[in-house]
Design a protein around this ligand. Structure first.
Ligand SMILES: Nc1nc2c(ncn2[C@@H]2O[C@H](COP(=O)(O)OP(=O)(O)OP(=O)(O)O)[C@@H](O)[C@H]2O)c(=O)[nH]1
Ligand SMILES: [Mg+2]
Length: 461
């Protein structure tokens, strides 16, 4: 278990620092209600469960400061254990959003014996008290930090328990398999047990079939998870091409506002520009780059080099050429976009007599009029298989690494069977495979993992 103790009462602001309409603090632990009564003059009754009450609270002055006590009208809500976020008695006090007021209230509660909460400590208590499993606890963090509507949906799915339920089903299935192998093993060594039913007897072929089926499910979950990573963290999308083909105009059109300087003189963009934008429910970092050509001076040459670096490192590359010219691929020399998703976009289609058909990976737009931009956005999203809602439950890196270890152990079990080993030899690998899955939602033995997860939260969550 982590360094946090769970027997004391913790306090922290739950809202961001600074002036705001409302500021909220949270107080959780065995003495939370006593401490609340301590600052509510004339009251000796704890408010009922989840009843929001406008209360007079007295914020005591720090002992050494010689200041008067403050009286504040605050909304007080008591969550009685175990029906609270943390599973302990929990008090939420919402007051006027002045940081000095909030700080005084927290200091006052600390003087009454509360301890300042560490990052993520409220959610840690929820985990320890069985209110959330580890996947849900991580989902709380992901929900707070989600940068797009798809990332929000992913986090909400995990928080709702769907991902945890999938893992629990796999754990159950593996337990069932191991139990049946052990049953047969015991039966073979002691054939007195008449309770063994014919349907409980597992043949090596049936075992291999069950393991193959599970392997397929786990591998498909891993595929979803790698796409889920793009949803969570967003994609970088570099716009590259020859000078003056309309890269900056396209950059502005995809952003939806004029950010980059556009000019008819070639070589207008010399440095790169990057901006965040959301479309198709995903978050993207768009990068506009300098036109690729033999540079006329050192500064332009540095810009061209940066463009090539982006073409190598971005998740996707839009290679732009002008529809009225023959496309030249200035990046072909050292093929820096190899291995990336590359879209070929022809701009300036508005000046053609006939709008060309999209096809063979070439898309047609006019950055100037905006025609074709919405379709291009759609193609960008579908190219990665990331249409909104396409990934229902995806595991994060920690969870996926454990599922991957589980897969490796299942493969070893299958190999043992293929090599004609007895089923109980495979049982050991299946057991290890299940242990990896157990760590996905309950990392009971790994304090470093628990510490790492909760310390990345904000204070007050
Ligand atoms: N008609 C028309 N003109 C366009 C279109 N896109 C860009 N242009 C014009 O083409 C010229 C160059 O546009 P930019 O967007 O600056 O081109 P760029 O590729 O960023 O150029 P550099 O930064 O110099 O490499 C400008 O005069 C734009 O108005 C388009 O879709 N249609
Ligand atoms: Mg430009």
């Amino acid at each position: 278990m982590p360094a946090y103790t769970t027997s004391d009462t913790i306090v922290a602001p739950a809202t961001v620092p600074g002036r705001s309409a409302i500021a909220m603090l949270r107080l959780s632990g065995p003495k939370a209600f006593d401490m609340l009564l301590d600052i509510m003059p004339g009251t000796n009754q704890v408010p009922q469960h989840r009843l929001n009450l406008l209360q007079e609270i007295e914020i005591k002055a720090p002992a050494e400061a010689g200041l008067p006590n403050l009286c504040e009208q605050a909304m007080v809500c008591c969550h009685h254990a175990p029906r609270s976020y943390t599973g302990d008695n929990l008090v939420e006090i919402s007051m006027h959003g002045n940081p000095l007021l909030l700080e005084r209230a927290i200091t006052s509660l600390v003087q009454s014996g509360a301890r300042l909460a560490e990052p993520g400590e409220f959610t840690f208590r929820a985990y320890v008290n069985g209110k959330l499993d580890l996947i849900q606890a991580e989902a709380v963090h992901e929900l707070i930090n989600a940068g797009s509507s798809s990332a929000l949906a992913l986090a909400q799915t995990a928080l709702g328990g769907l991902s945890g339920a999938r893992v629990s089903v796999w754990q159950e299935q593996l337990l069932n398999i191991v139990t049946r192998i052990e049953l047969i093993h015991d039966y073979a060594s002691d054939d007195l047990d008449a309770s063994v039913q014919a349907e409980d007897v597992l043949t090596p072929a049936e075992l291999a079939q069950s393991l193959q089926k599970m392997l397929g499910e786990l591998e498909s979950a891993l595929e979803d998870s790698s796409r889920g990573g793009l949803i969570r963290h967003g994609l970088s999308l570099a716009i590259v091409g020859a000078p003056n083909v309309g890269k900056s105009t396209l950059f502005n059109a995809l952003l939806g506002y004029d950010r980059a300087l556009v000019h008819h003189a070639p070589g207008t963009t010399r440095d790169y520009l990057s901006e965040s934008v959301e479309f198709g429910g995903l978050s993207f970092t768009l990068i506009d780059t300098a036109g690729q050509r033999s540079a006329s001076d050192d500064v332009e040459s540095a810009g061209v080099q940066l463009a090539q670096d982006w073409a190598r490192s971005a998740d996707m590359v839009i290679f732009v050429s002008s529809a009225d010219e023959n496309a030249v691929e200035p990046l072909q020399a050292d093929n820096p976009s190899a291995g990336r998703q590359v879209l070929h976009v022809h701009t300036r289609c508005d000046i053609l007599d006939v709008w060309p058909e999209d096809g063979n990976g070439v898309f047609h737009v006019s950055g100037k009029t905006g025609q074709g931009i919405e379709q291009l956005r759609y193609h960008i999203v579908t190219l990665c298989g990331l249409t909104e809602g396409s990934v229902l439950a995806a595991f994060n890196r920690r969870q996926a690494a454990l599922i991957d270890s589980s897969v490796q152990n299942l493969r070893l079990a299958l190999k043992a069977l293929e090599n004609g080993m007895p089923m109980d030899a495979a049982a050991q690998d299946i057991h290890l495979s299940r242990e990896c899955l157990l760590d996905v939602n309950h990392s009971s033995s790994r304090q470093d993992v628990i510490d790492h997860i909760f310390s990345s939260f904000c204070v007050g969550k």
